[in-house]
Design a protein around this ligand. Structure first.
Ligand code: AMP
Ligand code: ZN
Length: 112
């Protein structure tokens, strides 16, 4: 938990969010400014700034984030296509410095 971190506050329910799924290690919320019809954020409950901050010992947690993406895909329609994006560092576009993975779906996502 980092006092100034907006995602830590969401995880601790001190600020509201639209929660899609939650378990012991991971929370999934709707992105406040969606870039696709389905735009979720998969967020570990433990605070890391970004992937560079992840210890080797967190291999289990890293796997759980991907398995959460698989779980979310079950509720998609059609071919259940989706894209995962993770910004790591200010120059990559990261603006919330609590590690998270964007889960995007619901439109053509061919442009990168
Ligand atoms: P990034 O640029 O990868 O750090 O992504 C941060 C994402 O968090 C952006 O897509 C924002 O729209 C989203 N965001 C910021 N504040 C909130 C919030 N309070 N609830 C939900 N999503 C948020
Ligand atoms: Zn945090």
């Amino acid at each position: 938990m980092q006092d100034s971190c907006i995602f830590c506050k969401i995880i601790n329910k001190t600020i509201p969010s639209s929660i899609i799924k939650e378990n012991e290690d991971v929370i999934v919320i709707k992105d406040l400014y969606p870039k696709a019809p389905v735009h979720y954020l998969i967020i570990p409950k433990k605070h890391f700034s970004d992937i560079k901050d992840l210890e080797d010992s967190e291999i289990n947690l890293a796997g759980k984030l991907l398995l959460m993406a698989k779980e979310l895909s079950h509720d998609l329609s059609g071919s259940r296509a989706f894209r995962l994006v993770s910004n790591n560092g200010k120059e990559s576009g990261q603006c919330v410095f609590h590690f998270h993975i964007h889960f995007l779906s619901g439109k053509q996502l061919l442009d990168f």
